[in-house]
Structure formats: structure tokens, C-alpha cells
Design a protein around this ligand. Structure first.
Ligand SMILES: O=C(O)C1=C[C@@H](OP(=O)(O)O)[C@@H](O)[C@H](O)C1
Ligand SMILES: C=C(OP(=O)(O)O)C(=O)O
Length: 445
């Protein structure tokens, strides 16, 4: 896992125009859920395009430790599940590495099984809040022994039968929603999650796809009421995982910012609950066209053709935040090169990701010459109007893959190279990132 790897500094420097066609690795959110749901089906599932990143490996190791058989068949992964209710007592701590999604979703699964598990994580994950899942899962009957402040390491004792709950999400979080729905899978009766602001809906789509009874009602004000009927029987599936829009964001923004660039990023998942960045970039004047729009594995997918564009600052509508929550660090970089001011608010959740993404980006952007003002819940960026940033600094990644990749993109549009102190965290979500960027023409040393 990344906390054990030696720091891997790398410098990214002003690039010639980026060109070429690439594809990014599989969607991280869908990859986690593919392994978890396959492990709960009866029979053998097959997964193509699974993200082979450290976060997904953490999920795979945990599902194996709880009884699933996970193997390879050529490029595809195969999973032999234990059935809902069939998870086994793991004989060692479940090591979650850097992965919030693995931790929170698996806490949900364990909560309604008659097993006890200890969860550990790296220095970044051990700072992240778990009370947001501990609270609803405790109401279902699971017992938690967390570290102070509701952090990892923590122990959870699941319960059978768990008690179905109705829970209104206090934060817009697909991880909290999914933890409760996954706990609801092995809970008698109907478990209901009320989501005032829509978040990524991969869990809902995939639970249905695996044969669970799941109903979604949408109220006129946009609130979603999601009901899962428990003691479900899941049927094995053949899953094709689309490319991750959150990973595609880095080559897309790089191509928009580096003069003369013309790049195609193929096979990008564009589920509307994930595609906010692309809408916002187009509002700023980005030349992004969707080619060969199609449906892959129940998700909308397209190839993105991206040409260098002069961007204009905007006020980013706060209702799009959940659909691009992981893309703000790289949007901050785009805003730093735009003409005029970009105002981004409603980003409180960025403070509790792998790092405090508002503070860490503000500090690093200032160090390379960008003009930014940090708000409690956001960032105001005054862009250069396309002129390069000064660069010439080393920025800290803080065990955060998205910070490392965002500053890599910034290096490509800086007069002097930008050094990232540690690129190792990138392996959590985007193995091959450096090679992909080099292949497009990025200068990396
Ligand atoms: O459900 C998921 O797969 C994810 C949900 C989001 O987290 P939150 O639920 O904490 O917003 C996102 O930031 C994370 O990268 C993946
Ligand atoms: C927040 C992220 O992931 P996780 O919560 O799974 O660590 C991310 O990938 O940006």
C-alpha cells in the first residue's frame, strides 16, 4: 500500500502540444461494487475492465478474507460468491490502505452479517471520519469500537438479524448511502435511504442488475427515496466496467490547457451523477465533443475529443458539486489558467477526503504562482487568461492521488517544472498515469 512505499518524487514541465488517443483505467466506484456484489452472489461472476489499482485490490483482499474466491481468466476477473448472509469471519484485520470507499461500503456489509472485523488504514485514511456510517449502522444493530473521533483502526461486530431503518442522509455521500443499502441486503424487511441531494447511483444500478429489489422514488424537489428489500438473492453477472471519468479528468484538463493540443480520451463513463466536470468545463468554454456515445455495462459511455481552449472563469453552480466531488482539485488548476474569476462554493466535503483538498490545493497553487483565495467551503481563483503559471516549486501530495495528478497537470502549463514530492499515491486509482501522460507528449523527469 502507498504508505509503505518510498516517496516517489517526479517533475512535470511545460509540454509541447498534447496529441493522441488514450483510454483510462476502469471506474473505481464501479470496480469496488463489482467485487462486493459478485462476492455476495451465488455462482461465478465475470468482470472485464476492473480497475487494477491499490484501492480495488484492498476490496478484493477483504472479500477473499470473508470467503469469496477471486481469480483471473485472461484479462477478466472471476468471482465465486458466498451468497447474501454468507460472509465468513475474517481471520485477520482488513487492511483498507488509502481507500475510503472500501472501508465505508464494507462496514455496511459486515454490519448485517454475524461476524466481527477490524479495519485498518494508512495515515490518510486513519484521519477520515467514520461516524457518518457508524451512526446509521449502529441504529441497525451493529456494534462499533472505533479509535477516538470515530476513526480507524476500528472494530465492528455485525448483527443478524439487523434492524431495517429509514435514514435521511445528513451529508451528500454515496459512500454513506451505499453502506446502508449494502447492510440492507441482509436485513429482513425494507431499508430506506432518503437522499436530499442526488449522489452517484452506481450502487442502485448494480444492486438492481444483480437481482435485488430496489425502488427509487424521486420527489419534485429532487429528493430521492431509495428502498431495498432485504434478504435478497443476488445472481452472478457479467460486468463490463467503463473507463473512470474521474481519471479521464486529468488528460482532458491537460489537453484543454496546453496550447495546440488535440486528444481523444476513449471509453469514458458519463453517468449523469458523475459527469459534472465536463458540463462545467463546457460552461467555461471548453471544446469537448462526445463521439460514439453508447451504453456499456448499463452506464452511458463516450469517447471525448478535447482541443486546447481558452477558458473563462464562472461561478460554479453548487448543485453540480456531488456529480464532480473528486474533480475539484483539477478544476482549480483549469481555473488558474482561465480568464477572469472562478468561484467554487459548497465544497465542505473536500476537507475530509484523502487530504483537505481545499487547503492543500490552495497552498500548492499559491506556491506555483496562482492567485487563489481559500473560503471555508470553497475556493476563488483569479486566472492568468492562458498565460503559464510560474511553477518552480515542490508541492506535497499528502498521500492524495488527486492532488498529485492535479499538480502534474499544472506542471505542464508552468514556466518552470513543478515537482510532486510523492507520486506513489497515484497507484490507488490510476496505474499507468505517468506513462499515459508521457505518451501524449508530457515532459516528465
Ligand atoms: O461511492 C463512491 O464510490 C465514492 C463516493 C464519493 O465519496 P463520498 O461518498 O464520501 O462523497 C467519492 O469522493 C469517492 O471517490 C467514491
Ligand atoms: C475520495 C476518493 O476516494 P475514497 O473516498 O475511496 O478514498 C477519491 O478517489 O478521490
Amino acid at each position: 500500500m502507498s504508505q509503505a512505499a518510498p516517496p516517489a518524487p517526479l517533475a512535470f514541465a511545460a509540454a509541447r502540444p498534447l496529441s493522441g488517443a488514450v483510454t483510462v483505467p476502469g471506474d473505481k466506484s464501479i470496480s469496488h461494487r463489482s467485487l462486493m456484489l459478485s462476492a455476495l452472489a451465488v455462482g461465478t461472476s465475470r468482470i472485464e475492465g476492473l480497475l487494477e489499482g491499490e484501492d480495488v485490490h484492498a476490496t478484493a483482499a477483504a472479500m477473499r478474507a470473508m470467503g469469496a474466491t477471486i481469480g483471473r481468466d485472461g484479462d477478466a476477473w472471476t468471482v465465486d460468491g458466498v451468497g447474501v448472509g454468507g460472509l465468513l469471519q475474517p481471520d485477520r484485520a482488513l487492511e483498507m490502505g488509502n481507500s475510503g470507499t472500501s472501508t465505508r461500503l464494507l462496514l455496511g456489509l459486515v454490519a448485517s452479517h454475524a461476524i466481527t472485523a477490524t479495519f485498518t488504514g494508512d495515515a490518510s485514511l486513519s484521519k477520515r471520519p467514520m461516524n457518518r456510517v457508524i451512526e446509521p449502522l449502529s441504529a441497525m444493530g451493529a456494534e462499533f469500537t472505533p479509535s477516538p473521533g470515530g476513526r480507524l483502526p476500528l472494530m465492528v461486530r455485525g448483527i443478524v438479524p439487523a434492524v431495517p431503518i429509514e435514514y435521511r442522509l445528513p451529508v451528500a455521500s454515496a459512500q454513506v448511502k451505499s453502506a446502508i443499502l449494502l447492510a440492507g441486503l441482509n436485513t429482513p424487511g425494507i431499508t430506506r435511504v432518503i437522499e436530499p441531494v442526488p449522489t452517484r447511483d452506481h450502487s442502485e444500478r448494480m444492486l438492481r442488475g444483480f437481482g435485488a429489489t430496489l425502488d427509487v422514488e424521486e420527489l419534485p424537489d429532487g429528493t430521492r427515496i431509495i428502498e431495498i428489500t432485504g434478504e435478497a438473492e443476488l445472481k452472478p453477472q457479467h460486468i463490463v466496467v467503463p473507463g473512470d471519468p474521474s481519471s479521464a479528468a486529468f488528460p482532458v484538463v491537460a489537453a484543454l490547457l496546453v496550447p495546440g493540443s488535440d486528444v481523444v480520451v476513449g471509453n469514458v463513463g458519463l453517468n449523469p451523477t458523475r459527469a459534472g466536470l465536463y458540463t462545467v468545463l463546457r460552461m467555461m468554454g471548453a471544446d469537448i465533443t462526445l463521439e460514439d456515445e453508447r451504453v456499456v455495462g448499463g452506464e452511458p459511455v463516450a469517447d471525448l475529443r478535447v482541443r486546447h481552449s481558452g477558458l473563462t472563469g464562472i461561478e460554479v453552480p453548487s448543485e453540480v458539486v456531488p456529480s464532480m466531488v473528486d474533480e475539484f482539485p483539477v478544476l482549480f488548476v483549469a481555473a488558474a489558467l482561465a480568464s477572469g474569476r472562478t468561484v467554487m462554493r459548497g465544497l465542505d466535503e473536500l476537507r475530509v477526503k484523502e487530504s483537505d483538498r481545499i487547503a492543500v490545493m490552495a497552498e500548492g497553487l499559491r506556491a506555483i504562482g496562482a492567485r487563489v483565495e481559500e473560503l471555508e467551503d470553497g475556493l476563488i481563483v483569479d486566472g492568468t487568461g492562458g498565460a503559464p503559471l510560474a511553477g518552480g516549486a515542490t508541492v506535497a501530495a499528502h498521500l492524495d492521488h488527486r492532488i498529485a495528478m492535479s499538480f502534474a497537470v499544472a506542471g505542464l502549463v508552468s514556466r518552470a517544472a513543478v515537482t510532486i514530492d510523492d507520486m506513489a499515491p497515484v497507484a490507488t486509482s490510476f496505474p499507468g498515469f505517468v506513462e499515459l501522460m508521457t505518451g501524449l507528449g508530457a515532459e516528465v523527469r
